[in-house]
Design a protein around this ligand. Sequence first.
Ligand SMILES: [Zn+2]
Length: 163
Amino acid sequence: MSGDEPRGAGPPTDAAGDRTRRRGGWRVLPNPKVGAVIARGAEVLAEGFHAFFGGPHAEVGALRALRERGLDPQGTTLYVTLEPCTFQGKTPPCVDAVIAARFARVVIGQRDPNPQVDGGHRGPSARGVEVVVGAAEAEVRRLNGPFNKQMKSNLPYVTAKWP
Ligand SMILES: [Zn+2]
């Protein structure tokens, strides 16, 4: 991370994670909870989060919010808690929107454990975008515990409580 990151409670990937925790909740299941922030230097320009299953993903929501403000993403930094997806699901692959936006930097909290997501970080990188992967790995893994477990083992995530 360079010295001109947006200021606040922590690095921007933390901010994206906080927003996701507050808003996305469990309505996104079986998708992971994802938050995104677009910033220029220390200034946060737009935010997005994955609000419900089948709805737009966080990166696309943040781009939409940015364009609604009449701003161009070119040269800005995208912070996203999870690697952009690369496959057509309920929505088109986010990596295409991320590449088209011509960000200067893309900071990814955690690589996507979904085997269908291959190269969500490589696409932008191959086009000269500075990509940082795993900027908040442990925190995002905790945020999406059930999703990570299911992607890795195809088993449910169980929370047990002893007396
Ligand atoms: Zn996506």
